[in-house]
Design a protein around this ligand. Structure first.
Ligand SMILES: [Zn+2]
Ligand SMILES: [Zn+2]
Length: 322
């Protein structure tokens, strides 16, 4: 090859070398784009599943308390620990893709909404040189989901005082609630013989709450009681404190009505008895249980249900004060 022809070919070589390099770089860029897409998909998958798993933990912890009758000593920590274990298990299936996936549960606590529990978490997904970190805060709804979450408080308070059964979506106290009140020296405890209260937590749609009393025949109150709804309440215990067996707490919480058995089955002639809000009945910190005046509801000429309410609850629900 003459020098002249070599000089002619040289640019072709240089061009080829540059092209090979560019293709190599493109492959790298394509690979890293693929990886970063995969990382985003995985991180979204972990996020969606953390909401599902978190709600399962709330359900299971509540069932554990209901079945044993023993409260949790620190519900926020115990839920966080159980949640972490289940997330670790969930994330452990990813390393098969050469990916490292972690979801750290940083905190489980009250949400601004008493019908939700808030959790904070940090998701980290790593593959090759790429790393994706995501700090998140989510609310888990106690009321919206494919299965209900049960109120653990009645079991903690009453299970040691007698048999409680479940009838439909209600807790049937038998003698347990009356015995619990009697053990605390509460007057007219007998009014709660065979009382019932809701089993699962459902949010009352009669909002503003004064709608409960806005019709003469109290049909909204009747519907609320029949459906076993819960209401926001600054005096009522929050879900996390209910798991700890607290009838009242400092957080913004919820309340529901505990319904005495209709008087047909009971010879209790007093028109006064412990007020039927659950935070009044289950407030065993000192003299927390105060009395309320009877409200009777008739249907077809017969007493259909009754409850006892103090004036402050009557005003809250738009019912006549006395
Ligand atoms: Zn209601
Ligand atoms: Zn609380």
């Amino acid at each position: 090859m003459s020098i002249f022809s070599f000089l002619l070919i040289l640019p072709v070589f240089i061009l080829l070398i540059v092209m090979v390099d560019v293709v190599g770089q493109e492959n790298e860029i394509q690979q890293s784009t693929l990886n970063s897409h995969e990382i985003l998909v995985v991180s979204q998958d972990v996020e969606v599943n953390s909401l599902i798993i978190g709600r399962e933990v709330l359900r299971d912890e509540s069932l554990k308390v209901i079945n044993s009758g023993h409260p949790l000593s620190n519900s926020r920590k115990e839920i966080k620990d159980e949640f972490q274990q289940r997330m670790d298990l969930f994330c452990s299936r990813y390393p098969a893709n050469g990916m490292e996936v972690k979801c750290e549960i940083l905190r489980v606590d009250n949400s601004y909404d008493p019908f939700s529990v808030e959790f904070k978490s940090k998701i980290t997904v790593e593959k090759g040189a790429l790393k994706h970190k995501l700090n998140m805060s989510h609310n888990i709804s106690l009321t919206n989901g494919s299965y209900p979450i049960y109120d653990p408080l009645p079991s903690v308070k009453c299970k040691t005082h007698g048999n409680m059964t479940i009838g439909g979506d209600r807790i049937v106290y038998g003698s347990s609630l009356a015995k619990y009140l009697e053990s605390r020296g509460v007057k007219n405890f007998k009014a709660y013989e065979n009382a019932t209260s809701p089993l699962s937590i459902k949010k009352c749609p009669y909002d503003p709450y004064i709608l409960h009393g806005n019709s003469k025949d109290l049909v909204n109150l009747k519907n609320c009681i029949e459906n076993g709804f819960y209401h926001e309440s600054s005096d009522g215990s929050c879900f996390l404190c209910r798991l700890e067996g607290k009838g009242v707490c400092s957080h913004y919480g919820m309340e529901t009505f505990i319904i005495p058995a209709p008087s047909l089955s009971l010879s209790n002639n007093s028109s006064k008895a412990p007020s039927s809000s659950d935070h009044v009945i289950f407030n065993d910190t000192g003299d927390g249980t105060y009395s309320g005046q009877e409200i009777l509801y008739f249907f077809d000429g017969k007493e259909y249900f009754k409850l006892y309410l103090d004036n402050s609850h009557r005003s809250k629900y738009g019912l006549p004060v006395c």
